[in-house]
Ligand binder design. Sequence first.
Ligand code: RB5
Length: 144
Amino acid sequence: MIVLAADHGGYNLKEEVKKHLEKNGVEFIDIGTHSTDSVDYPDIAKAGCDKIINGECDKGLFFCGTGVGISIAANKVKGIRACCCSDHFSAKYTRLHNDANVLCMGGRVVGAGVACELVDLFLNTEFEGGRHANRVNKITELEK
Ligand code: RB5
């Protein structure tokens, strides 16, 4: 299960990604926001991360104007590894090497076509483990 979360700057892109997921039969929970009215992205990040930390969802797709603010906020939550991406290579390798569990994108940065391709790469690429597992464990150590 995937959790979708966006502030007003990411709302339109979230809606485009939702259509893409629906078309492909990918199940998701949309925790909002549900309009372009202004909201604070740290609140949205927390609500999205809660769904992952409580086990309801295994990955998240988060959106704000740049993708940066919501990724900074999400990365403050223990157990979250959020990556702000606007290119295919990063979206793939953040799964292979970082075991990222949240992909963040900017509604004012990437178009819907690129975003949907990044989503597919992110959701369909498995963590490589091996030497990368040791490094991800060291990230977890930093949370203490
Ligand atoms: C909201 O205007 C904007 O600051 C927010 O969506 C995001 O881009 C922050 O990083």
